[in-house]
Design a protein around this ligand. Structure first.
Ligand code: GLN
Length: 483
């Protein structure tokens, strides 16, 4: 019943709705359902109401109106928000109140969006189920006994539960796309560098990227247009103009070359997931796309490469949490070294410690060549696979995840099984290329299934166009979780 952001703007213009009214409705919804869903760490009620007033004034002629003016959105608790606590899902940042806004947050605010709260997440974005949060477990709105995916599980669940219009998540190896798939919503990981990471807490700097989680593809295009772009404060942000991502959405897929990577259709994928993805491929064929079999031969190394590169970078990034500069400090008065040790011992959870140890080992002298250097070399081969394949196709279709949402607790005792949740999303992260997940069906148990569309560097427009064509021709995205 809420439609797209574009339709909401229409209702604002026709005076059928105000931003204040909409914001209040979402705050009520959060009150009603978030005790059971647990999508938020912080709800910014007062700030949101104030921002909605400002937005309404803007719409009454007091300032410029953008596509996001007055629209209630949430952001993952990995983004610094001036004056609002930012935890990154970790006890070590408990009590940290940033003195500035992340660029993504600043851009949302400047566009007039209403930031309604900060979403739960796996601690430092390490995980695939949001069970690694130090604060709470987020439940999947489609089945409260299941995980919402992760690490942006709070973001995806907040959208699926109707607690906001959209959310901004982050993706290092799948953390936007996999929770979007688990929660039956749309999640777009843009090209590495397309969106500034200034003020976004770092996990693995050569992989981290921010992107939108929305109810439909048009909204994702709308949000990407607002958050993307060069930022002089962020050295990896790409200095190229941001296209109008909504402009080409209606272009269809006739003549589009759709690559199907054989390596992604393997044993171990759930039968219902594979059928749903196969049906999606047939849809593209029926719409006049050309289906091409392609190969990404180094796919089998992706998970191993990722868990060396990501943990190595994390071990270095997380060195800054020493009890001196941010958040928690545990000081029993027995000296500086003891203070560091106790702060980090009590501040970090088990998964974060596991990754710091793995990463430190991979970077240590004597092992650097065998692990980190080797992994970087294989990463280059994975990237080359994509470069070659994109000579034969314009986009690729794959499942987003091998299964639908799993049960809470099902994989917590076995990190390796948990790591395999991202088997289909990690390669495109290593290659830095854009990819989207969107709903493509439901299991017999009523759980959403995600289709992944991967595109070439900076070609978000084609990814979005293909996704929009699929969404327009199907009805999966219209189903809502009953809470
Ligand atoms: N699940 C993967 C991990 O645990 C990816 C996380 C992410 O993309 N932030 O590292």
């Amino acid at each position: 019943m809420l439609g797209t952001i574009e339709e909401l703007q229409e209702r604002f213009r026709n005076r059928e709705l105000t931003s204040k009214g909409l914001t209040e409705a979402f705050l009520r919804r959060i009150d009603e359902v978030d005790d059971s869903v647990g999508a938020f760490i912080t709800v910014s009620k007062d700030e949101a109401l104030e921002a909605s007033d400002t937005a309404d004034n803007r719409m009454n002629g007091d300032g410029e109106i953008t596509s996001l003016t007055g629209i209630p959105v949430s952001v993952k608790d990995i983004f610094c928000t001036k004056g609002t606590p930012t935890t990154c899902g970790s006890r070590i940042l408990e009590g940290f109140v940033p003195p500035y806004d992340a660029t993504v947050v600043r851009k949302l605010k400047e566009a007039g969006a209403v930031i309604i709260g900060k979403n739960n997440m796996d601690e430092f974005a390490m995980g695939s189920s949001t069970e690694n949060s130090a604060y709470k477990k987020t439940k999947n709105p489609w089945d409260l006994t299941r995980v919402p995916g992760g690490s942006s599980g709070g973001s995806a669940a907040s959208v699926a539960a109707g607690e906001c219009i959209a959310s901004i998540g982050t993706d290092t190896g799948g953390s936007i796309r996999q929770p979007a798939a688990c929660c039956g919503v749309v999640g777009l990981k843009p090209t590495y560098g397309r969106v500034s990471r200034y003020g976004m807490i770092a996990f693995a700097s050569s992989l981290d990227q921010a992107g939108p989680i929305t109810r439909n593809v048009r909204d994702a295009a709308e949000l990407l247009g607002v958050i993307a772009g060069f930022d002089p404060r962020e050295s990896t942000s790409i200095d190229l103009p941001v296209p109008d991502y909504t402009a080409g959405l209606g272009g269809g897929v006739k003549g589009l070359r759709v690559g199907i990577p054989g390596e992604y259709f393997i044993d171990g994928i759930d039968g219902e997931v594979s059928t749903a993805v196969q049906n999606a491929i047939n849809f593209f064929k029926d719409q006049g796309a050309e289906i091409v079999d392609i190969s990404l031969p180094h796919t089998e190394y992706a998970v191993s490469v990722y868990y060396i590169v990501a943990t190595a970078e994390a071990s270095s990034n997380l060195a800054r949490y020493d009890g001196v500069r941010y958040g928690q400090r545990v000081d029993d008065g027995d000296g500086l070294l003891e203070m560091y040790k106790k702060t980090r011992d009590r501040g970090f959870g088990a998964e974060v410690k596991r990754r710091i140890m793995l990463g430190t080992y991979a970077l240590s002298s004597g092992y650097y060549d065998a692990y980190y250097k080797k992994a970087s070399q294989v990463r280059a081969l994975i990237k080359r696979d994509f470069d070659l394949a994109f000579k034969e196709c314009d986009i690729m279709l794959t499942p987003t995840a091998p299964t639908a949402a799993f049960k809470i607790g099902e994989k917590t005792s076995d990190p390796l099984t948990m790591y395999l949740s991202d088997i289909f999303t990690i390669s495109s992260s290593l290659a830095g290329i854009p990819a989207i997940s969107l709903p493509c069906g439901f299991t017999t148990e009523g759980l959403p299934i995600g289709l992944q569309i991967i595109g070439n560097t900076l070609d978000e427009a084609t990814v979005l166009r293909a996704a929009h064509a699929y969404e327009t021709g199907t009805e999966w995205h219209q189903k809502r979780a009953k809470l």
